[in-house]
Design a protein around this ligand. Structure first.
Ligand code: AMP
Length: 249
């Protein structure tokens, strides 16, 4: 079984993001970029499936500018076998990403695509669902536990009431949540080995996909600054403040 893992290059989760002065977007000049954390989890899961003998090949794919190659090298250093870079300088919104991934799926014919549940830059949480719909494949989102048994993927997902258990038939699209696993760090020898692994290049034109944006972001603003809290000396004081000042009791 081949597993495809889409990995996005995003602003590192430790960076405190700044909105551009004109409100047109987030300032990413000179900002540390990394693999989307949920995609690290997706890649880790695919590699574990390979180590368990369930998968034969793990292919990482990234869509975007030339620097996506760094993200792909990280995926390869973690253990993916090869990579595909769909190079485009255009703003790639989730629908365009899903259409490009559909074209890659048709070319590569994986049985499983494992994505992050959301990209932490735009927080869209749309790509996996759109890809499943475009392909007409089964989907399980926010997967926090996974076992593959023949043609079935047994998935647990965290929902408000507890854990929901699903069985989806392959081929399938899975999107993964934080608790699925703890991604490994790439060791130095594996980073060196990854430099020799192949990265194929494609463009949206090669794949016949129109990536014109469909959404217009009108304005970005910083969230209002939170007021400093107060420390109370006792539970009685807290209850009194909740009654008299906050008016919530
Ligand atoms: P989103 O729907 O934008 O929140 O993204 C969900 C998931 O889709 C991410 O965690 C990635 O696995 C995948 N994805 C989104 N954009 C890209 C991209 N430009 N390149 C590779 N994978 C992507």
């Amino acid at each position: 079984m081949k597993v495809l893992v889409p990995v996005k290059r995003v602003v590192d989760y430790n960076v405190k993001i700044r909105v551009k002065a004109d409100g047109s977007g987030v300032d990413i000049a000179n900002v540390k970029m990394s693999m989307n954390p949920f995609d690290e989890i997706a890649n880790e899961q695919a590699i574990r499936l390979k180590e368990a003998g369930t998968a034969e090949e793990v292919v990482a794919v990234s869509l975007g500018g030339p620097k996506c190659q760094e993200t792909l090298r990280t995926a390869l250093a973690m253990g993916a076998d090869r990579a595909i870079h769909v190079e485009s300088e255009a703003e790639l919104q989730p629908l365009a990403v899903a259409k490009l991934l559909k074209a890659v799926v048709e070319k590569e014919r994986p049985r499983l695509v494992i994505l992050g549940k959301q990209a932490i830059d735009d927080d869209s949480n749309q790509t996996a669902q759109m890809l499943a719909a475009l392909l007409g494949w089964s989907q399980a989102t926010f997967v926090s536990k996974l076992t593959i048994d023949g043609d079935e993927a047994r998935c647990s997902r965290e929902v408000d009431e507890g854990i929901e258990k699903l069985e989806v038939t392959l081929p399938a699209i899975l999107s993964v949540d934080l608790r699925l696993n703890e991604p490994r760090y790439a060791s130095l020898p594996n980073i060196m080995k990854a430099k020799k692994k192949p990265i194929d290049k494609l463009t949206p034109e090669d794949l016949g996909v129109d990536v014109t944006p469909r959404l217009v972001y009108t304005r970005f603003e910083e969230p209002p600054k939170r007021k400093a809290g107060v420390r109370v000396a006792s539970v009685d004081e807290l209850v009194d403040k909740l009654k008299t000042e906050a008016g919530v009791l």
